[in-house]
Design a protein around this ligand. Structure first.
Ligand code: DP6
Length: 336
């Protein structure tokens, strides 16, 4: 048994009350992975996943999570499957999925079977929880037969996992932290910038799930790192620089902010106690290769999330060179 967290339930009932559900038997949905160009790392409210700072991301087109939900007649609990494997009921992940379904359950009571297939490894710092909770939000709303505005969808997805609120949209997305205690002004919005030559490369060094999840890691950093406040200050400046770079499509301007933001987040993590280091020796090797490429004149930049895997940012004209250096790279065209 776990303690019922009332704050998200209250928030969801405010967003969903007054709707007339019209349930269907099964519903399938998709949401893209999003990679933060300016990271969300730290919360002003842990129950509602309200962030300390704004953040900005790029969604990865067709790369994401596909989630199918169906009613389970006569069942006494939800069933959850990821990539074909059943998730044990005593795991933290199962609990988070069930708590998310609980947000909607007052509309139509009953238990569900949830089947999710992720295009990227689960729990390895490749943002599978963002696309997963966004797809789950869409799927459960669809199953219950309620039509929701994207803003409401984003608010609900945030209650499952903060970064999931950005996976409701494609392209560049900004999540404003908001100031309200109830979080009703903390949701993501799409940006109009369109950048067809932009490429994101996923360098999966390990598909193994990380030992310290982002939720736990974020909390430890915020509570113990003396660098945390300067990190939050830097995010404010980085957001402005990123929006300027996007407005004039200045790729090097964008890349520099993205990489600097990620490295500063990881430096802040490392200054936590106990220290938090998501990197593997191969992450360092890959970063050093990126820095060499830049010294040789290539415009390629790296970012990393709560895991050892690396995401590269470059433009179409640099793609052959980058593929040559990183033969295992999965190249995504976010605006294809
Ligand atoms: C490093 O959204 O997974 O990927 O809100 O606790 O579920 P919770 O955290 P989560 O954190 C994502 C952290 C990050 C940066 C980012 O995506 O902005």
């Amino acid at each position: 048994m776990w303690l019922l967290n009332l704050k998200p339930i209250e928030a969801a009932s405010r967003l969903l009350s007054g709707l007339s559900p019209d349930p269907v038997d099964c519903f399938e949905s998709f949401a893209p992975v999003n990679i933060a160009l300016c990271k969300y790392w730290g919360k002003r409210d842990r129950d509602l996943n309200l962030p300390v700072t704004d953040s900005l991301s790029i969604s990865l087109g067709e790369c994401g999570s596909r989630t199918r939900v169906c009613w389970l007649p006569d069942a006494s609990a939800d069933e959850v499957f990821i990539n074909g494997c059943q998730v044990e009921a005593d795991t933290d992940f199962y609990r988070r999925v069930v708590c998310h379904i609980d947000l909607f359950r007052f509309l139509v009571p009953g238990y569900l079977r949830v089947e999710t297939v992720n295009d990227v490894p689960t729990g390895a710092g490749l943002a599978s929880s963002a696309s997963g909770f966004a797809a789950l939000t869409r799927a459960v709303a669809g199953l219950m037969g309620v039509r929701l505005e994207p803003q409401v969808m984003s608010l609900l997805a945030r209650l499952g996992s903060g970064s999931a609120c950005r996976s409701i949209y494609s392209g560049f997305v900004r999540w404003r932290k908001g100031v309200r205690a109830d979080g009703m002004d903390s949701y993501a919005q799409p940006l109009s910038a369109h950048w067809p030559t932009l490429r994101v490369g996923l360098l999966t060094l390990t598909a193994e799930a990380k030992k310290t999840g982002s939720r736990q890691g974020m909390r430890r950093t915020q509570e113990t790192s003396v660098l945390y406040n300067s990190w939050a200050e830097q995010v404010g400046q980085d957001m402005e620089k990123l929006e300027r770079a996007l407005a004039v499509q200045d790729f090097d301007g964008l890349g520099q902010v993205v990489e600097h933001n990620a490295m500063s987040m990881h430096a802040t993590m490392l200054s936590s106690w106990p220290p938090l280091l998501y990197w593997l020796p191969d992450s360092v090797k890959a970063l050093q290769r990126v820095w060499e490429l830049r010294e040789e004149g290539a415009s390629v930049y790296a970012t990393m999330d709560a895991g050892p895997n690396i995401k590269l940012l470059f433009e179409s004209q640099t793609e052959p060179l980058v593929r040559d250096c990183f033969p295992d790279l999965q190249v995504i065209e976010p605006f294809a």
